[in-house]
Design a protein around this ligand. Structure first.
Ligand code: ARG
Length: 442
């Protein structure tokens, strides 16, 4: 029983939050006259001493004492006697653990938020630097239209900005104090839940004692926000692995983010990117794991809920690693502008520009322009050349009204420069957007 029951192996991570909650609870008990001044002082000093010992690794956790709450409380009572046993008045481990884990998730969100901001800053800086660096834009991983590296990087800034928003929403909703819900029905002691809520930085107490000890949707929301964010990092990581492949050769990463092979001396494997991609799997697993734990639980608390912690810790820790590695790679990567530009021109990527020119200059309906362009692409393909390498005479065999002016839209630079619609790929837009983000994130 001990082996399956004990959670101290992982919930010791909650020690700061547990002590913080107990300090707030004790101060409140003194305020309402349940603890004497001397008892509260002994508890406060005793908890501080325990915290200092845990901090320095000088605290022996006991499996027999099951979890962090009982480990701390038992040691406190050992040290200060009687007063330690009074701390648990008007409290249960059910509201205690719900409080601790909310505090932990709140701290984790604050840490991740700062990391997200840093990652976004890295992306915005590189985007400003590469607002005019032409690269292929893809759909279906097929060359579609030319874009710029800056525009591409800013796409991730937008995604990560929404990730921050999701975490902030989660934080706002979780920021209510379950402390004082006691086992499940509240208590007859004259406690002041508003006081403990304020002391712990919560916006106020939760409104229903059953909900307080039974709910973990804040943890699910946190895991969902982590999983979505990890998905964004994973897509970027996937792109980095593609871009650094010698077949693409769009960017190079330094040795800080790649490894060689023990047998193939030419290799530069993008291990960091691959691991960022892989971490997403376990973070998704953490979300599905807790969803599955919670789905069948009748109200209120059940020991199943002890299983909320490892997934929450794992997701937070691995997302933190992923964010750090991503920010590092963004700052590290060295783009090969020539290769990206050459690739941007391949695959008849300015075909849309040609069709648009036919619409604009010859007033062809877009569907007809699309058809004419298709025939010109087929002609170029048959000759094994780019669209821009067709002669005017050749083009006129398909559409006799085409003029010399068409060549002005067939280069990749002209293509990106022309996309001036709001949010479009034009370097001027990208420069402005990157500067806006840099200012916002400064
Ligand atoms: N270790 C437990 C958990 O993490 C604490 C709550 C235990 N409550 C109880 N009634 N057994 O969920």
């Amino acid at each position: 029983m001990g082996a399956i029951n004990a959670s101290i192996g992982f919930d010791r991570k909650l020690w700061r939050q547990d002590i913080r909650g107990s300090l707030a609870h004790a101060a409140m008990l003194r305020h309402v006259g349940i603890l004497s001044d001397a008892e509260e002082k002994a508890i406060r000093e005793g908890l501080a001493a325990i915290g200092a010992r845990i901090e320095t690794g000088d605290f022996e956790f006991s499996d027999a004492l099951e979890d962090i709450h009982m480990n701390v409380e038992a040691r406190l009572t050992e040290a200060i006697g009687e007063a330690g046993k009074r701390l648990h008045t008007a409290r249960s481990r059910n509201d205690q653990v719900a409080t601790d884990i909310r505090l932990w998730v709140r701290d984790a969100i604050d840490g991740l938020d700062a990391q997200l901001a840093d990652c976004m800053r890295a992306l915005a800086d590189r985007a400003a630097e590469h607002a005019g660096t032409v690269m292929p834009g893809f759909t279906h991983l097929q060359p579609a239209q030319p874009t710029t590296l800056g525009h591409h990087l800013l796409a991730y800034v937008e995604m990560l900005s929404r990730d921050r928003g999701r975490l902030a929403d989660c934080r706002r909703r979780l920021n209510e104090s379950p402390l004082g819900a006691a086992a499940l029905c509240g208590t007859g002691f004259p406690i002041d839940r508003h006081m403990t809520a304020a002391a712990l930085g919560f916006d106020g107490p939760t409104r229903n004692s059953l909900d307080s000890v039974a709910s973990r949707d804040f943890a699910l929301e946190f895991l969902a926000a982590c999983a979505i964010c990890a998905t964004h990092l994973s897509r970027f990581a996937e792109e980095v692995t593609i871009w650094t492949s010698p077949f693409f050769g769009f960017v190079r990463l330094s040795d800080a983010f790649t490894t060689g092979s023990s047998i193939m001396p030419q290799k530069r494997n993008p291990d960091a990117a691959e691991l960022v991609r892989a971490k997403t799997g376990r973070i998704n697993g953490d979300l599905i794991g807790l969803l599955t734990v919670m789905k069948g639980l009748a109200l209120t608390y059940a020991k199943d809920m002890q299983e909320d912690k490892e997934g929450v810790f794992d997701a937070a820790e691995n997302l933190a690693l992923g964010l750090a590695a991503t920010a590092g790679m963004v700052r590290d990567l060295r783009p090969d502008a020539e290769r990206m530009k050459a690739a941007a021109g391949a695959g008849f990527s300015t075909a849309t520009d040609l069709a648009d020119w036919l619409v604009r200059e010859l007033r062809l309906p877009f569907r007809d322009a699309h058809h004419v362009t298709g025939r010109l692409v087929a002609m170029a393909e048959a000759k094994g050349v780019d669209l821009a390498a067709l002669s005017l005479d050749e083009m006129r065999t398909v559409e006799p009204r085409i003029t010399e002016g068409v060549f002005g839209v067939l280069t990749v630079e002209a293509s990106v420069a022309s996309r001036t619609s709001y949010g479009g790929t034009a370097p001027d837009n990208v420069r402005r957007m990157a500067a806006e983000w840099q200012e916002r994130l400064a």
